[in-house]
Design a protein around this ligand. Structure first.
Ligand SMILES: *Cc1c(COP(=O)(O)O)cnc(C)c1O
Length: 361
Protein backbone atom coordinates (compact mmCIF):
# COMPACT_ATOMS: atom_id res chain seq x y z
CA UNK A 1 0.00 0.00 0.00
CA UNK A 2 1.25 3.47 -0.87
CA UNK A 3 2.01 5.61 2.16
CA UNK A 4 -0.40 8.52 2.34
CA UNK A 5 0.89 12.08 2.43
CA UNK A 6 -1.12 15.30 2.29
CA UNK A 7 -2.81 15.68 -1.08
CA UNK A 8 -2.25 19.43 -1.05
CA UNK A 9 1.53 18.92 -1.15
CA UNK A 10 1.09 18.25 -4.87
CA UNK A 11 0.74 21.99 -5.35
CA UNK A 12 4.22 22.58 -3.89
CA UNK A 13 7.05 22.02 -6.36
CA UNK A 14 9.86 19.75 -5.15
CA UNK A 15 13.08 21.66 -4.67
CA UNK A 16 15.26 21.51 -7.78
CA UNK A 17 18.86 22.42 -6.96
CA UNK A 18 20.74 24.52 -9.49
CA UNK A 19 22.91 22.65 -11.94
CA UNK A 20 26.61 22.70 -11.29
CA UNK A 21 29.62 21.25 -13.03
CA UNK A 22 33.34 21.27 -12.28
CA UNK A 23 35.01 24.48 -13.37
CA UNK A 24 31.76 26.41 -13.79
CA UNK A 25 31.58 29.93 -12.39
CA UNK A 26 28.69 29.95 -9.92
CA UNK A 27 26.77 33.23 -9.89
CA UNK A 28 23.50 31.58 -8.92
CA UNK A 29 23.04 31.64 -5.14
CA UNK A 30 24.00 35.10 -3.84
CA UNK A 31 26.86 33.68 -1.80
CA UNK A 32 30.06 35.52 -0.99
CA UNK A 33 33.12 34.31 -2.87
CA UNK A 34 35.50 34.20 0.10
CA UNK A 35 35.60 31.53 2.79
CA UNK A 36 35.41 32.28 6.53
CA UNK A 37 38.06 34.58 8.05
CA UNK A 38 40.73 32.68 10.04
CA UNK A 39 39.16 33.72 13.36
CA UNK A 40 35.75 32.50 12.22
CA UNK A 41 37.20 29.21 10.93
CA UNK A 42 38.88 28.78 14.34
CA UNK A 43 35.59 29.38 16.17
CA UNK A 44 33.96 26.77 13.93
CA UNK A 45 36.71 24.25 14.68
CA UNK A 46 36.51 24.95 18.42
CA UNK A 47 32.74 24.51 18.45
CA UNK A 48 33.02 21.29 16.46
CA UNK A 49 35.21 19.85 19.23
CA UNK A 50 32.21 19.83 21.58
CA UNK A 51 29.77 18.42 19.03
CA UNK A 52 28.80 15.66 21.45
CA UNK A 53 26.90 18.27 23.50
CA UNK A 54 23.54 19.77 22.60
CA UNK A 55 23.64 23.43 21.62
CA UNK A 56 22.22 26.22 23.79
CA UNK A 57 18.61 26.16 22.62
CA UNK A 58 18.17 29.85 23.47
CA UNK A 59 21.33 30.96 21.59
CA UNK A 60 21.96 33.17 24.62
CA UNK A 61 25.55 34.15 23.83
CA UNK A 62 24.71 34.92 20.21
CA UNK A 63 21.63 36.88 21.19
CA UNK A 64 23.70 38.84 23.70
CA UNK A 65 26.23 39.66 20.97
CA UNK A 66 23.46 40.66 18.56
CA UNK A 67 21.86 42.80 21.26
CA UNK A 68 25.15 44.69 21.77
CA UNK A 69 25.80 45.06 18.05
CA UNK A 70 22.30 46.17 17.08
CA UNK A 71 21.46 48.20 20.18
CA UNK A 72 18.29 46.15 20.68
CA UNK A 73 17.28 44.42 23.95
CA UNK A 74 17.84 40.64 23.97
CA UNK A 75 14.12 40.05 24.53
CA UNK A 76 13.53 41.45 21.05
CA UNK A 77 15.77 38.92 19.26
CA UNK A 78 15.27 35.33 18.11
CA UNK A 79 17.61 33.13 16.09
CA UNK A 80 16.73 30.60 13.44
CA UNK A 81 18.30 27.87 11.33
CA UNK A 82 18.80 30.39 8.55
CA UNK A 83 16.29 33.20 8.26
CA UNK A 84 14.27 30.95 5.95
CA UNK A 85 13.26 28.94 9.02
CA UNK A 86 12.17 32.17 10.69
CA UNK A 87 9.98 32.83 7.62
CA UNK A 88 8.38 29.44 8.22
CA UNK A 89 8.00 30.07 11.95
CA UNK A 90 6.32 33.43 11.24
CA UNK A 91 3.67 31.70 9.14
CA UNK A 92 3.24 29.10 11.89
CA UNK A 93 2.70 31.71 14.61
CA UNK A 94 0.28 33.85 12.61
CA UNK A 95 -1.76 31.53 10.38
CA UNK A 96 -4.30 28.81 10.69
CA UNK A 97 -5.62 26.92 7.68
CA UNK A 98 -7.16 29.36 5.21
CA UNK A 99 -5.52 32.48 6.60
CA UNK A 100 -3.72 34.62 4.04
CA UNK A 101 -0.07 35.52 3.59
CA UNK A 102 0.63 38.46 1.32
CA UNK A 103 3.86 38.99 -0.56
CA UNK A 104 5.07 40.55 -3.78
CA UNK A 105 5.79 38.32 -6.74
CA UNK A 106 8.44 37.71 -7.89
CA UNK A 107 10.08 37.62 -4.55
CA UNK A 108 11.82 35.06 -2.35
CA UNK A 109 10.88 31.56 -3.48
CA UNK A 110 10.40 30.30 0.07
CA UNK A 111 7.37 32.53 0.78
CA UNK A 112 4.81 30.47 -1.19
CA UNK A 113 6.34 27.22 0.08
CA UNK A 114 6.27 28.03 3.80
CA UNK A 115 2.78 29.45 3.37
CA UNK A 116 1.38 26.34 1.70
CA UNK A 117 3.16 23.95 4.07
CA UNK A 118 1.33 25.65 6.95
CA UNK A 119 -2.00 25.26 5.14
CA UNK A 120 -2.30 29.03 4.73
CA UNK A 121 -3.26 30.73 1.49
CA UNK A 122 -0.64 32.60 -0.56
CA UNK A 123 -1.69 35.97 -1.95
CA UNK A 124 1.01 37.07 -4.39
CA UNK A 125 0.82 40.67 -5.61
CA UNK A 126 2.57 41.43 -8.91
CA UNK A 127 5.61 43.70 -8.85
CA UNK A 128 5.24 47.12 -10.48
CA UNK A 129 6.65 48.01 -13.89
CA UNK A 130 9.96 48.95 -12.28
CA UNK A 131 10.27 45.40 -10.83
CA UNK A 132 9.71 46.72 -7.30
CA UNK A 133 7.01 46.24 -4.64
CA UNK A 134 3.64 47.73 -5.55
CA UNK A 135 2.77 48.79 -2.02
CA UNK A 136 -0.60 50.32 -2.94
CA UNK A 137 -1.66 47.09 -4.62
CA UNK A 138 -0.48 45.17 -1.56
CA UNK A 139 -2.54 47.38 0.74
CA UNK A 140 -5.54 46.85 -1.53
CA UNK A 141 -5.03 43.07 -1.31
CA UNK A 142 -5.40 42.99 2.49
CA UNK A 143 -8.54 41.15 3.61
CA UNK A 144 -9.91 40.11 6.97
CA UNK A 145 -8.04 36.82 6.50
CA UNK A 146 -4.63 38.48 6.04
CA UNK A 147 -2.32 37.53 8.91
CA UNK A 148 1.20 38.07 7.59
CA UNK A 149 2.87 40.25 4.95
CA UNK A 150 6.39 39.64 3.67
CA UNK A 151 8.25 42.65 2.32
CA UNK A 152 11.60 41.61 0.90
CA UNK A 153 13.83 44.68 0.94
CA UNK A 154 15.97 44.73 -1.17
CA UNK A 155 13.85 42.31 -3.14
CA UNK A 156 15.23 38.92 -4.14
CA UNK A 157 15.46 38.35 -7.14
CA UNK A 158 14.97 41.84 -8.61
CA UNK A 159 17.33 43.79 -6.31
CA UNK A 160 14.95 46.75 -6.01
CA UNK A 161 14.78 48.61 -2.70
CA UNK A 162 12.02 50.65 -1.11
CA UNK A 163 12.50 54.21 0.08
CA UNK A 164 12.04 55.01 3.75
CA UNK A 165 9.01 57.26 3.26
CA UNK A 166 7.03 54.86 1.10
CA UNK A 167 7.83 52.01 3.46
CA UNK A 168 6.78 54.04 6.51
CA UNK A 169 3.56 55.09 4.81
CA UNK A 170 2.85 51.42 4.05
CA UNK A 171 3.60 50.25 7.59
CA UNK A 172 1.36 52.96 9.00
CA UNK A 173 -1.47 51.92 6.68
CA UNK A 174 -1.35 48.19 7.52
CA UNK A 175 -3.80 47.31 10.33
CA UNK A 176 -1.81 46.85 13.54
CA UNK A 177 -2.97 43.26 14.11
CA UNK A 178 -1.28 42.06 10.89
CA UNK A 179 2.36 41.01 11.24
CA UNK A 180 4.69 42.56 8.66
CA UNK A 181 8.02 40.81 8.09
CA UNK A 182 10.72 43.04 6.61
CA UNK A 183 13.06 40.48 5.10
CA UNK A 184 16.44 42.20 5.01
CA UNK A 185 18.63 39.28 3.90
CA UNK A 186 20.62 41.75 1.78
CA UNK A 187 20.62 44.64 4.27
CA UNK A 188 24.42 44.86 4.33
CA UNK A 189 24.50 45.58 0.58
CA UNK A 190 21.75 48.21 0.68
CA UNK A 191 23.17 51.71 0.33
CA UNK A 192 19.77 53.46 0.40
CA UNK A 193 20.01 53.95 4.18
CA UNK A 194 16.71 52.21 5.00
CA UNK A 195 17.07 50.21 8.21
CA UNK A 196 14.17 47.96 9.16
CA UNK A 197 15.22 47.89 12.81
CA UNK A 198 14.68 51.67 12.98
CA UNK A 199 11.29 51.28 11.34
CA UNK A 200 10.30 48.48 13.71
CA UNK A 201 10.87 50.64 16.79
CA UNK A 202 7.45 51.52 18.15
CA UNK A 203 5.69 49.33 15.57
CA UNK A 204 4.86 46.18 17.50
CA UNK A 205 3.66 44.25 14.42
CA UNK A 206 6.89 44.68 12.45
CA UNK A 207 9.50 41.89 12.41
CA UNK A 208 12.91 42.32 10.80
CA UNK A 209 14.64 39.24 9.39
CA UNK A 210 18.37 39.14 8.74
CA UNK A 211 20.85 36.40 8.04
CA UNK A 212 24.50 35.44 8.36
CA UNK A 213 24.25 33.61 5.01
CA UNK A 214 24.83 36.51 2.67
CA UNK A 215 27.25 39.35 3.50
CA UNK A 216 28.59 37.51 6.57
CA UNK A 217 29.48 34.52 4.41
CA UNK A 218 28.00 31.66 6.49
CA UNK A 219 25.49 30.24 3.96
CA UNK A 220 26.66 26.69 4.66
CA UNK A 221 26.31 27.00 8.43
CA UNK A 222 22.66 28.15 8.64
CA UNK A 223 21.92 30.95 11.05
CA UNK A 224 19.69 34.00 10.86
CA UNK A 225 17.79 36.19 13.29
CA UNK A 226 14.59 38.11 13.85
CA UNK A 227 14.18 41.43 15.64
CA UNK A 228 10.66 42.09 16.91
CA UNK A 229 8.42 42.88 19.84
CA UNK A 230 8.85 40.34 22.69
CA UNK A 231 5.30 39.03 22.06
CA UNK A 232 6.39 37.85 18.63
CA UNK A 233 9.76 36.58 19.90
CA UNK A 234 8.00 34.49 22.55
CA UNK A 235 5.59 33.05 19.98
CA UNK A 236 8.50 32.17 17.66
CA UNK A 237 10.08 30.17 20.48
CA UNK A 238 6.93 28.04 20.74
CA UNK A 239 7.12 26.74 17.18
CA UNK A 240 10.91 26.61 16.98
CA UNK A 241 12.33 23.15 16.27
CA UNK A 242 14.43 22.48 19.40
CA UNK A 243 18.21 22.81 18.92
CA UNK A 244 17.85 23.67 15.24
CA UNK A 245 20.39 26.50 15.59
CA UNK A 246 23.45 24.36 16.17
CA UNK A 247 26.46 25.16 18.32
CA UNK A 248 28.83 25.58 15.37
CA UNK A 249 26.44 28.12 13.84
CA UNK A 250 26.12 30.04 17.10
CA UNK A 251 29.90 30.24 17.58
CA UNK A 252 30.54 31.15 13.94
CA UNK A 253 27.95 33.92 14.04
CA UNK A 254 29.44 35.37 17.24
CA UNK A 255 32.90 35.34 15.62
CA UNK A 256 31.46 37.07 12.54
CA UNK A 257 29.99 39.82 14.69
CA UNK A 258 33.44 40.24 16.25
CA UNK A 259 34.93 40.61 12.76
CA UNK A 260 32.02 42.72 11.56
CA UNK A 261 34.03 45.69 10.32
CA UNK A 262 36.28 43.54 8.19
CA UNK A 263 33.39 41.50 6.77
CA UNK A 264 31.22 44.52 6.05
CA UNK A 265 34.17 46.25 4.42
CA UNK A 266 34.01 43.52 1.76
CA UNK A 267 30.56 44.68 0.74
CA UNK A 268 32.06 47.86 -0.74
CA UNK A 269 33.84 45.85 -3.41
CA UNK A 270 30.60 44.00 -4.21
CA UNK A 271 28.70 47.28 -4.43
CA UNK A 272 31.34 48.69 -6.80
CA UNK A 273 31.18 45.57 -8.97
CA UNK A 274 27.38 45.75 -8.94
CA UNK A 275 27.59 49.24 -10.43
CA UNK A 276 30.13 48.14 -12.99
CA UNK A 277 28.00 45.15 -14.02
CA UNK A 278 24.87 47.24 -14.36
CA UNK A 279 26.61 49.91 -16.41
CA UNK A 280 28.08 47.33 -18.77
CA UNK A 281 24.75 45.55 -19.17
CA UNK A 282 22.89 48.81 -19.76
CA UNK A 283 25.46 49.75 -22.38
CA UNK A 284 24.84 46.40 -24.08
CA UNK A 285 21.15 47.23 -24.32
CA UNK A 286 19.73 45.32 -21.36
CA UNK A 287 17.03 46.59 -19.07
CA UNK A 288 18.59 46.38 -15.54
CA UNK A 289 16.71 47.65 -12.48
CA UNK A 290 18.86 49.46 -9.92
CA UNK A 291 19.98 46.82 -7.42
CA UNK A 292 20.69 47.32 -3.72
CA UNK A 293 21.67 43.66 -3.24
CA UNK A 294 24.58 41.46 -4.30
CA UNK A 295 22.99 40.53 -7.63
CA UNK A 296 21.44 42.08 -10.71
CA UNK A 297 18.22 41.15 -12.45
CA UNK A 298 17.48 40.93 -16.14
CA UNK A 299 13.73 40.78 -16.84
CA UNK A 300 14.03 38.61 -19.97
CA UNK A 301 10.50 37.17 -19.69
CA UNK A 302 9.96 34.12 -21.91
CA UNK A 303 13.57 34.28 -23.10
CA UNK A 304 14.91 33.61 -19.58
CA UNK A 305 15.26 29.82 -19.72
CA UNK A 306 17.11 29.72 -23.03
CA UNK A 307 19.31 32.58 -21.86
CA UNK A 308 20.18 30.80 -18.60
CA UNK A 309 21.03 27.62 -20.47
CA UNK A 310 23.28 29.49 -22.88
CA UNK A 311 25.05 31.17 -19.98
CA UNK A 312 25.64 27.78 -18.33
CA UNK A 313 26.96 26.41 -21.62
CA UNK A 314 29.34 29.39 -21.64
CA UNK A 315 30.54 28.30 -18.17
CA UNK A 316 28.62 30.77 -15.99
CA UNK A 317 25.76 29.45 -13.86
CA UNK A 318 23.06 32.05 -13.21
CA UNK A 319 19.58 31.67 -11.75
CA UNK A 320 16.61 31.39 -14.08
CA UNK A 321 13.08 32.33 -12.98
CA UNK A 322 10.54 30.80 -15.34
CA UNK A 323 9.14 33.41 -17.68
CA UNK A 324 10.19 36.38 -15.53
CA UNK A 325 13.92 36.85 -15.72
CA UNK A 326 17.39 35.79 -14.69
CA UNK A 327 19.40 36.77 -11.62
CA UNK A 328 23.15 37.10 -11.66
CA UNK A 329 25.05 37.15 -8.36
CA UNK A 330 27.90 39.65 -8.16
CA UNK A 331 31.07 37.59 -7.84
CA UNK A 332 34.74 38.43 -8.06
CA UNK A 333 35.76 40.76 -10.92
CA UNK A 334 37.05 37.94 -13.14
CA UNK A 335 33.81 35.99 -12.63
CA UNK A 336 31.73 39.03 -13.45
CA UNK A 337 33.88 39.60 -16.53
CA UNK A 338 33.14 36.04 -17.63
CA UNK A 339 29.43 36.73 -17.41
CA UNK A 340 29.79 40.07 -19.18
CA UNK A 341 31.73 38.38 -21.98
CA UNK A 342 28.78 36.04 -22.45
CA UNK A 343 26.12 38.72 -22.00
CA UNK A 344 27.65 41.03 -24.58
CA UNK A 345 28.26 38.26 -27.12
CA UNK A 346 26.21 38.37 -30.30
CA UNK A 347 24.52 35.09 -29.39
CA UNK A 348 23.42 36.33 -25.96
CA UNK A 349 22.22 39.67 -27.27
CA UNK A 350 20.20 37.75 -29.85
CA UNK A 351 18.74 35.41 -27.20
CA UNK A 352 17.83 38.37 -24.99
CA UNK A 353 16.05 40.01 -27.89
CA UNK A 354 17.88 43.31 -27.55
CA UNK A 355 19.79 45.33 -30.08
CA UNK A 356 23.32 46.02 -28.88
CA UNK A 357 23.77 49.58 -27.66
CA UNK A 358 20.05 50.42 -27.57
CA UNK A 359 18.61 50.19 -24.07
CA UNK A 360 15.12 48.74 -24.00
CA UNK A 361 13.92 51.28 -21.49
C1 LIG B 1 18.91 34.05 1.21
C2 LIG B 1 17.65 34.62 1.71
C3 LIG B 1 17.12 34.35 2.98
C4 LIG B 1 17.63 33.44 3.98
O1 LIG B 1 18.66 32.73 3.86
P1 LIG B 1 19.12 31.77 5.03
O2 LIG B 1 20.30 31.15 4.43
O3 LIG B 1 18.01 30.83 5.29
O4 LIG B 1 19.39 32.63 6.21
C5 LIG B 1 15.97 34.97 3.37
N1 LIG B 1 15.34 35.81 2.58
C6 LIG B 1 15.79 36.10 1.37
C7 LIG B 1 15.06 37.06 0.55
C8 LIG B 1 16.95 35.51 0.88
O5 LIG B 1 17.36 35.80 -0.34
Amino acid sequence: MTPVTRADLDSIPAYVPGRSFPGAIKLASNETTQGPLPGVAQAIADAAATANRYPDNTSSALIHALSETLGVPAAHIATGCGSVSLCQELVQITCQVGDEVLYAWRSFEAYPVVTKVAGATPVPVPLNAGQGHDLDAMLAAITDRTRLIFICNPNNPTGTALGREELERFLDAVPAHIVVALDEAYFEYNRSGVDGIDLARGRRNVVVLRTFSKAYGLAGIRVGYAVADPTIITALAKVHIPFSVNSVAQSAAIACLGARDELLHRTHAVVAERGRMRDALLAAGYDVPVSEANFVWLPLLDRSVAYGEASAAAGVLIRTYGVDGVRITIGDPHENDAFLAFATSEAAVELAGIRAGSPTT
